[in-house]
Design a protein around this ligand. Structure first.
Ligand code: SF4
Length: 354
């Protein structure tokens, strides 16, 4: 269960001057800001009415664009709306996503004034060649400067990473994670690159100059990154794009590893590897596994895939799962019992995966 209530506000792209090759946002002119401010208030009221649990931290989140790249008066108008809910005691703070090159001390002072607590940077890659090839219009150095500024000024820092970008590969994705770890973010999001309709990446894909990761490759690479972030105690708050009416294969997604629950696939694959390593001593034994409710889905796997795999591999005549309060997994058979620690496994598994 999420530790915070998020009230999302999707800020339209008011004429983004950038042209990242994986994005299909077109420049919008003559935007009716006033209408959007009204919509923002309505949407916030509606979301707040869903949240009965005010014991949890509640944040209004400005998503969907490069928030700090908005004209200053427009940005401040959105921030004022957010701040009014803080003043009324209905929310605790604000959060937003933006580009690394749209951060400086003056912008941070404005954000601070209106109660912004969390800033997410859409970084995508820390490899300059990849940033250039994807027309991000900035290099990795600016990411380091912005991230350090955000942290020094006391904001929570989130970093977004894309996998399998044009001109990237497994090694470069791992390098980006290594660089992210040095920036000590409070959390990260991981987005496998998808080929979106009407983007330049679609042309590259159609002309055979770009091949996205397969779902299998995505899971392989994400498993490594998962272990890296986990070992550094950095929370991954999302893996993969949220499916919407258009973000789905056959609509705006032309190609790429689209899947509604990549996190489940990654975790169940890690649990499968874990159990294959740990159950070797239980060959041909009847086994009962005591496992916490938060882990059972990953351990058993989608449609029981992991369970079937273990039974087959170790010729287990009977494999039962029982619910346990404990975070550690306990395996019991007639004459052999074992306590397993998934955390320790993840920490030691990185080198084998790399
Ligand atoms: S990804 Fe963001 S910065 Fe790049 S073109 Fe799209 S909206 Fe603009």
């Amino acid at each position: 269960m999420s530790k915070i209530n998020i009230v999302p506000v999707f800020v339209p792209h008011y004429g983004c001057p950038n042209d990242c090759i994986f994005c299909n946002q077109r420049k919008i002119t003559n935007q009716d800001y006033i209408k959007d401010f009204d919509e923002t208030r309505k949407s916030i009221e509606e979301y707040l009415s869903y949240f009965s649990n005010r014991e949890k931290t509640t944040q209004i989140a400005f998503y969907g664009g490069s928030f700090t790249g908005l004209p200053k008066d427009v940005m401040e108008e959105f921030l004022k709306i957010g701040k009014s809910y803080i003043d009324e005691g209905k929310v605790d703070s604000l959060r937003l996503s933006t580009r690394p090159d749209y951060i400086d001390n003056e912008i941070l002072s404005t954000l601070e004034k209106y109660g912004v607590k969390t800033i997410e940077l859409g970084v995508q890659s820390m490899v300059d060649e990849v940033l250039i090839a994807n027309r991000r219009n900035h290099l990795s150095e600016i990411v380091k400067t912005s991230a350090s500024l955000i942290k020094t000024r006391g904001f929570d820092l989130g970093l977004q990473q894309m996998l399998g970008l044009y001109k990237s590969n497994k090694e470069r994705d791992i390098y980006t994670t290594d660089e992210f770890l040095k920036l000590e973010p409070d959390f990260v999001r991981i987005y496998p690159t998808l080929v979106i309709r009407d983007s330049f990446l679609e042309d590259l894909y159609n002309s055979g100059n770009y091949e996205p990761y397969s779902l299998e490759e995505t899971i392989k690479v994400t498993k490594i990154l998962f272990c890296m972030y986990y070992s550094s105690e950095i929370e991954i708050i999302r893996i993969g794009l949220q499916p919407t009416d258009n973000i789905t294969l056959g609509k705006d997604v032309i190609a790429g590893p689209f899947h509604p629950s990549i996190r489940q696939l990654v975790l169940q694959s890690l649990y499968r590897d874990f159990m294959l390593q740990e159950l070797q001593d239980f060959y041909k034994k009847a086994v009962t596994i005591y496992v916490n409710d938060s882990q059972i889905n990953y351990l058993v796997g989608n449609k029981g895939a992991n369970r079937e795999n273990l039974i087959k591999k170790f010729k287990i005549p009977s494999l039962k799962f029982k619910s346990s309060e404990n975070k550690k997994i306990y395996v019991e058979s007639d004459n052999l019992n074992k306590e397993l620690d998934f955390d320790v496994f993840l920490r030691n598994y990185i080198e084998r995966l790399r």
